[in-house]
Write a protein that binds this ligand. Structure first.
Ligand SMILES: Cc1cc2nc3c(=O)[nH]c(=O)nc-3n(C[C@H](O)[C@H](O)[C@H](O)COP(=O)(O)OP(=O)(O)OC[C@H]3O[C@@H](n4cnc5c(N)ncnc54)[C@H](O)[C@@H]3O)c2cc1C
Length: 281
């Protein structure tokens, strides 16, 4: 930055008085490093760590008819942690998210091309305090470990195998009555990849949710790991999404203030509107 003007270095420099940084989840870590370099203070927020659960679509129909993407929250008995469902995809697909240093799982549904399965994320809330607050590095360490155990691919495991303390194998998966929608995966053992507390939360969460989705905690339910939602690096901003550096705005998932398509778009509009008004003043 020079004379209140940002200089973006690339193939030909760009000079600008305003900057909106919105690189999404894929660029959140990069933005954090850049922000630290520029002296923009960041704060740590919680992350959500867990699995993608895939099960026969029929068992979810009663809920889906009331709400397509219901968010269900339970508190686990052993650790008193909050576990929640997120991003439900009735008759959808489990998908792989590839990052530079690790892979994660996610899910989506398509207008055309329904499957026999429904999936949602089942996530355990992680907030760190003393002596380590950096949830980003904690989440990245989990993601890298899981990717190592999966040989560079997400891990898939039958719930029965996880409960019985053994890995899933291709042969055991073939005996399951559910056909996985993501095939570029490694049958393995999620308990080797995720912290014990998170695995216990997932198992207890599934048992509780089975009361309202009967059949969810069945032997053949499929679990994919890791699913991690990084919204943790938060930039202190004013009502216009402007950071403490005048003219430097953040928006979207990387801002740490929102998650999802609608809120990302809204925060971008808020920042854009603030710049427009300032230019017209
Ligand atoms: C499979 C899947 C399913 C989802 N389903 C839903 C859903 O049903 N509902 C919902 O609300 N949300 C859903 N989401 C989340 C939603 O996509 C995001 O919350 C939203 O796209 C975030 O918007 P954004 O503009 O912040 O980031 P993005 O949409 O990720 O856009 C950021 C852009 O910045 C680019 N970029 C990154 N780093 C740099 C850099 N250094 N230089 C230049 N460009 C860079 C990226 O390539 C990308 O194009 C889903 C996400 C995935 C992956």
């Amino acid at each position: 930055m020079k004379n209140d003007v940002f200089v973006l270095r690339g193939n030909g420099d760009i000079e600008t008085r305003y900057l909106i940084a919105s690189p999404g989840r894929a660029g959140a870590y990069w933005l954090r490093e850049e922000a630290n370099r520029l002296g923009i203070a960041t704060e740590y927020g919680p992350i959500d760590v867990g699995v993608r659960v895939e099960f026969p679509a029929e068992i979810y129909t009663a809920i889906e008819e009331v709400m397509y993407d219901a968010k269900l929250r339970v508190r686990t008995a052993t650790h008193d942690d909050m576990v929640r469902t997120f991003c439900t995809n009735p008759r959808g697909f489990v998908v792989k998210e590839t990052y530079k240093e690790f892979v994660l799982v996610n899910g989506h549904a398509e207008n055309e091309g329904e499957t026999e399965n429904t999936n949602f994320a089942l996530l355990s809330h992680v907030d760190l305090t003393d002596p380590v607050e950096d949830t980003t590095e904690y989440g990245r360490a989990i993601a890298k470990l899981a990717t190592t155990i999966g040989g560079g691919k997400p891990i898939i495991q039958r719930l029965k195998d996880l409960k019985n303390g053994r890995r899933s194998t291709q042969e055991r998966l073939q005996r399951a009555t559910i056909v996985p929608t993501l095939v570029d995966v490694t049958p393995g053992d999620i308990s080797m990849a995720l912290p014990a507390r998170i695995v216990e939360n997932i198992l207890e969460g599934l048992d509780q949710l089975d009361n309202i989705i009967p059949g969810l905690a069945a032997d053949n339910t499929l679990l994919y790991a890791p699913e991690i939602k990084f919204y943790d690096t938060q930039y202190p901003v004013n009502r216009s999404m402007e950071t403490r550096i005048p003219g430097f705005f953040v928006a979207g998932d990387a801002s740490g203030h929102c998650r999802g398509i609608v809120y990302s778009a809204v925060t971008g509009l808020i920042a854009g509107e603030a710049i427009r008004k300032r230019e017209q003043a």
